[in-house]
Ligand binder design. Structure first.
Ligand SMILES: NC(=O)c1ccc[n+]([C@@H]2O[C@H](COP(=O)([O-])OP(=O)(O)OC[C@H]3O[C@@H](n4cnc5c(N)ncnc54)[C@H](O)[C@@H]3O)[C@@H](O)[C@H]2O)c1
Length: 336
């Protein structure tokens, strides 16, 4: 049985604790660490079968019994804790993004070189049943050569201003999932990014130096053109859609709802709103990404996403930020 340590017991840490406890057969959580761990979280963790809780994550790093670490703490801790875990010989699952600074991600890449350690980044949407099906159809050639890729990604409500201030900006915090999805669906990297961004949802987001609405166009290596539209607030829920149009057809997915019931009456025809947010929409995907990470360790396979897959969307996010600031298309090679 693989022993796992979880660093960070906030929103996403709790999701992964739940997944490992309830659906991953080959792994057991030995320790959960969080400096702000309170009695309620510690009790809850114990109820999920966690052996030990602590406020000091170094107890996980220094524990020779722990094989793998899940880094679910705030973004600024991801690359330093990755380096410590790799040095201690542990496999790492790291939440997105690895870092906002490309040089720091490169340090993680270098630390992994020559080791047999697995490193997976938390781009959970690749494990979603709908997005997976679209990718499979494209990869199998069902729509021919991809020509236009469209992603709509809108949150139901904006995060707090305190969060916005340390988020690294919308492109590195939110759009980063869409950058990963564009790579996943296209099967190749982007070469150039162009952004139109605006502050339409909340003036406080603008005052904090960020945008809350954007349309991003990307030139892909295979010739396809991609477009992502983002907004921090969609009044009808979490809007997560994608479409790939190609020389032989088109594949698209629609939002998931609590039910597919449609009521038709004298007032009109109505259905359910999309599921509220990522915790509702992607619970299954979070479980699958962790199952696949554990499976890669136990059966010595490649992880479905590696450290380079963690780097690429950060480059795209930095190019997007530069494009917004300089109001021009930016090549990814300018960021490298
Ligand atoms: N993949 C996804 O869909 C997804 C969703 C949400 C968050 N995230 C990422 O996960 C990370 C955490 O986000 P969140 O929403 O859970 O935040 P959160 O604020 O709810 O939780 C973060 C936790 O990390 C803890 N922490 C901070 N420093 C620590 C340290 N040195 N050691 C141990 N714990 C520490 C904090 O006390 C807090 O409890 C962020 O990097 C975010 O980008 C990813």
């Amino acid at each position: 049985m693989l022993k796992v340590g979880i660093i960070g017991a906030g929103r996403i840490g709790r999701v992964h604790i739940t997944s490992i406890s309830t659906r991953v057969k080959d792994a057991q959580i030995k320790t959960v660490a969080d400096p702000f761990l309170n009695d309620e979280t510690a009790e809850w963790a114990k109820s999920m079968g966690v052996e030990h809780t602590t406020k000091d994550y170094m107890e996980i790093i220094n524990d020779p019994e722990i094989d793998a670490v899940l880094i679910c703490s705030s973004t600024d801790t991801h690359s330093p804790i990755s380096l410590e875990a790799i040095k201690a010989g542990k496999h790492v699952f790291c939440e997105k993004p690895i870092d906002h600074d490309v040089d720091k991600i490169k340090e993680v890449i270098e630390a992994l070189e020559g080791t047999n350690l697995k490193y997976q980044v938390g781009f959970n949407r690749r494990f979603d049943h709908n997005f997976e099906a679209v990718q499979r159809a494209v990869a199998a050639g069902k729509v021919g050569k991809p020509e236009i890729i469209k992603i709509t990604s809108r949150d139901p409500e904006p995060p707090s201003i305190d969060y916005v201030k340390v988020s690294g900006g919308m492109f590195l915090d939110m759009t980063i999932h869409d950058f990963d999805m564009v790579r996943f669906l296209a099967g190749c990297d982007a070469t150039e990014v162009y952004v139109q961004g605006a502050n339409l949802v909340d003036p406080a987001i603008g005052e904090a130096g960020d945008v809350d609405t954007a349309v991003i166009t990307l030139q892909m290596e295979n010739g396809a053109i991609a477009v992502i539209d983002n907004c921090r607030k969609a009044v009808y829920g979490y809007d997560q859609r994608a479409e790939v149009f190609g020389s032989e057809g088109m594949v698209a997915l629609s939002n998931d709802s609590q039910s597919s019931a449609v009521i038709s009456n004298a007032e009109g025809v109505t259905g359910e709103k999309p599921m509220f947010f990522f915790l509702e929409r992607y619970m299954e995907a979070y479980g699958k990404e962790i199952s696949d990470f554990i499976d890669a360790i136990v059966n010595d396979k490649e992880t479905p996403l590696n450290v380079i897959d963690g780097l690429k969307p950060v480059l795209m996010g930095l190019a997007a930020q530069k494009s917004l600031e300089e109001h021009r298309p930016v090549k990814i090679s300018e960021i490298m």
